[in-house]
Design a protein around this ligand. Structure first.
Ligand SMILES: [Zn+2]
Ligand SMILES: [Zn+2]
Length: 242
């Protein structure tokens, strides 16, 4: 199982990450990664990037050091009522928007039912592309209902390498989510969530888990650039990578 693109990477636009976009691209190129999404945390995180960081991304080249660059964000659910930390008009200029729950920025995590409704509501938003690292027991939700919604709106569920390195309590739920995606034919993306360039393209533990459960490779959206580009340009949301 080979994964040659990485759709979740951070830069110094968040102070708890340590590499520039240039350093990320250079390292990605050196290790054979064909495309990266730049997905810094949006303003709701204590060190989230300013909203202009997102709005101005169209100035970035489509390719740096031979690596395709997807303009993106990791947007936070600020409140289980569905409030996000970046508005649709800012997301509209981006190629790849991840939606995540994080403890430091979520003012009200609500109940399991509310989180389920919140995820389903945002999966219907054409600006949102993927649910990020959603295996946390703190933010649990009705897995079959959310995976059904991902299927209906043709969205992607993330399997995040950091789950295996820094969020061990998320592993059982992450596995359950992957099994549900396999069962229902829902696409996943396998990402590093790198906060330093050396971690880009490292998916070792995520791949081991997927191999263990015999996850179908055709459902991995980011195996390589050709496959990813095809998905990006066929999205139900109508968003294109041009
Ligand atoms: Zn982070
Ligand atoms: Zn995150």
């Amino acid at each position: 199982m080979k994964i040659l693109t990485d759709l979740h990477t951070h830069t110094v636009a968040n102070t708890h990450a340590y590499s520039t976009l240039m350093e990320n691209a250079v390292y990605a190129h050196k290790t054979g990664i064909e495309a990266i999404a730049i997905t810094d945390h949006a303003p709701g995180m204590p060190d989230g990037a300013h909203r202009w960081h997102f709005l101005n991304q169209p100035v970035l080249p489509r390719e740096i050091e031979g690596v395709k660059i997807l303009r993106g964000a990791e947007v936070d659910i600020k409140h289980v009522d569905g409030t996000l930390d970046l508005s649709d008009d800012y997301m509209a200029v981006l190629d790849w928007v991840i939606l995540s729950f994080h403890k430091p920025s979520c003012e009200d995590i609500g109940t399991k039912t509310q989180r389920t409704e919140c995820y389903i509501k945002h999966l219907s938003n054409p600006q949102i592309d993927m649910l990020g690292h959603c295996g946390s027991p703190i933010f649990d939700f009705d897995i079959p209902a959310v995976i059904d919604a991902a299927k209906a709106y043709d969205k992607v569920i993330e399997i995040n390498e950091n789950t295996f390195n820094i969020r061990a309590d998320n592993i059982p739920i992450c596995r359950e989510i992957a099994l549900e995606c396999a069962k229902k034919g829902v696409r996943i993306s396998v990402d590093s969530d790198a906060h330093f360039c050396y971690h880009i393209g490292n998916f070792t533990n995520a791949i081991s888990m997927l191999q263990e459960i015999d996850f179908p490779e055709e459902l991995i959206v980011n195996s390589n650039w050709a496959k990813l580009e095809k998905y990006l340009n066929s999205r139900l949301s109508g968003k294109k990578f041009i």
